[in-house]
Structure formats: structure tokens, C-alpha cells
Design a protein around this ligand. Structure first.
Ligand code: NAP
Length: 247
């Protein structure tokens, strides 16, 4: 029970990595507010996790929703100790065709929303005077470019720098800020790769461990970084990618 008594807010928890993190946090003793813009999906997450999990449907790219999310944690469980900025989107689009609307949507969900939700959460943590954890889900594409997804990669590079910047500024309050950068994980975001044997083969060739990762393997890293076992880790980005970035 590495997170016993802690209260966490996990965004984008209606499926995939976010749902696995919500489940792993509850399994490790935390109370969780699960968020997603898909109300049916996130209600299911809460049902799967059990009594330790409440849900709030909300779009995290709309800044007016942030106070509601933090308030839900405080009202239901008395505090907010851990924020996981997990919600993310991507569009496949060549740079030469890139549209402003896709820039605004992607930056809103992947970078601006997480930045201001971190601010709103950190204000609550500072007020509580008991430290806190902010965990950002970036991507290996914070460091290596991804063809036809320049906007996505740019936002993830921003998330990595946001992690360092906030870690530096929030250290004096005992708030640790870290990121996890997943490689190829078996979620809906990768459906097109997972269902196309040729594309899957090409991806697997790049992964030294020769397999796609599971959402639970990202959740395991999240539990570690949110736990006291990582008490001296801040400003770090942990690559959970089967070794893709080794070469
Ligand atoms: P996913 O299966 O697509 O799930 C993402 C969830 O976030 C969906 O339920 C989605 O809801 C929700 N969401 C999207 N925009 C939102 C918003 N504005 N407000 C609230 N919720 C929102 O993705 P995933 O693979 O679990 O990815 C989770 C995170 O890991 C993302 O940040 C992603 O960039 C990162 N990541 C994933 C991989 C991978 O291989 N899967 C690799 C590297 C990084 P909707 O159903 O309504 O869209």
C-alpha cells in the first residue's frame, strides 16, 4: 500500500493509461478522482475501481473546469495530494498541411490544460502545507520526432520542460514534479498500429524488448513516482519504452 491515505486526481481516466493509473492508485491505498471528457467511460472506471474512486466528467482544456476538479477531491476526500496530467490527444497531419485548429486543440489538451491544472492543484497543495506530487504523462516523442505528428511531439517536448520548470519552482513547498514518457503502449491511441500487422512489425523492430507495453506497466511507474520511494526524485522524466531510446 504505497499510497495509503493519499488523494489523487487522474485526468483522461476513461480508458487506456489513465484508467490503469486510477486502478493502480486505488489498489495501493489512494482515493482517486477520475476525470475524462467521456462521462460514460469515466463512470465505468469509477465502477471498476470501487468505493475509493469518484468520477468527474470535464474537458481539461477548459480552464474554468479546473477548480471543479480540485474541489471534488477536497469535498469527497478532504485533500488533494497527487495530480496526474494524463489526458492527451493527437492528430495525424503532415506539417505542410497542419491547421491552426489542430494546433489549438492539441496544445489546449496536452500542454495548456495540464499547465493550468497543475497551477490550480499546486495552489491547493501549498495551502495544505503537506507537499504533493504532480506527474505528467509525456511521450518518447518529447525527444524523438514522430512523422506527421509534429504538433503532438512539440506539446510533449513542452510537457518535459514544464516538468523541470515546475519542479524547480515548487520544490520549496515539498511538491515533487516528474514525468513519465511512454513508448508504444497498447491503448486506443495506438489502435491503427496494433491492428495493422505490417505497421506493428515495423514498430516492434525498433523496440529492444520486442513487444508493445501495457497500460499497467505505465501505472507501475506512476505508483513508484507518486510514492515515498521516489522522495528524492523531482524534475525527472522516466522513459518506459522497452528500450526504444537506446538507439
Ligand atoms: P487514450 O486511450 O486515447 O485515452 C486518453 C483519454 O483521455 C481518453 O479517454 C480521452 O477521452 C481523454 N481525453 C482526451 N482529451 C481530454 C480532455 N480534454 N479532457 C479530459 N479527458 C480527455 O490514450 P492513452 O494511450 O491512454 O494515452 C494517455 C496519455 O499517454 C496521453 O497523454 C498520451 O499522449 C500518452 N502517451 C500514450 C502512448 C501510447 O502508446 N498509448 C505513448 C506515449 C504517450 P476521449 O475518449 O473523449 O478522447
Amino acid at each position: 500500500m504505497k499510497l495509503q491515505g493519499k488523494v489523487a486526481l487522474v485526468t483522461g481516466a476513461g480508458r487506456g493509461i489513465g484508467r490503469a493509473i486510477a486502478q493502480a492508485f486505488v489498489d495501493n491505498g489512494a482515493s482517486v478522482v477520475a476525470n475524462d471528457r467521456d462521462s460514460i467511460a469515466v463512470e465505468k472506471t469509477a465502477a471498476l475501481c470501487g468505493a475509493g474512486c469518484k468520477f468527474v466528467p470535464a474537458d481539461i482544456s477548459i480552464l474554468e473546469n479546473h477548480e471543479l476538479l480540485v474541489k471534488k477531491a477536497v469535498d469527497e476526500f478532504g485533500a488533494l495530494d497527487i495530480l496526474v496530467n494524463n489526458a492527451g490527444i493527437q492528430f495525424h497531419e503532415k506539417f505542410l498541411d497542419a491547421r491552426e485548429c489542430n494546433w489549438d486543440l492539441t496544445v489546449g489538451v496536452n500542454l495548456k490544460g495540464p499547465f493550468f491544472l497543475a497551477q490550480c492543484s499546486a495552489r491547493q497543495m501549498v495551502q495544505q502545507k503537506s507537499g504533493g506530487i504532480i506527474l505528467n504523462i509525456a511521450s518518447i516523442h518529447d525527444s524523438v520526432a514522430l512523422l506527421d505528428r509534429s504538433i503532438y511531439s512539440i506539446t510533449k517536448g513542452g510537457v518535459k520542460m514544464m516538468t523541470r520548470s515546475l519542479a524547480f519552482e515548487l520544490a520549496e513547498y515539498g511538491i515533487r514534479v516528474n514525468a513519465i514518457s511512454p513508448g508504444a503502449i497498447s491503448t486506443d491511441m495506438n489502435r491503427q498500429v496494433l491492428t495493422n500487422q505490417q505497421r506493428l512489425h515495423r514498430v516492434l523492430e525498433k523496440i529492444p524488448l520486442k513487444r508493445i507495453g501495457s497500460p499497467e506497466e505505465i501505472a507501475g511507474a506512476a505508483v513508484f513516482l507518486a510514492s515515498p520511494e521516489a522522495s528524492y526524485v523531482t524534475g525527472a522524466t522516466l522513459y518506459v519504452d522497452g528500450g526504444i531510446l537506446t538507439h
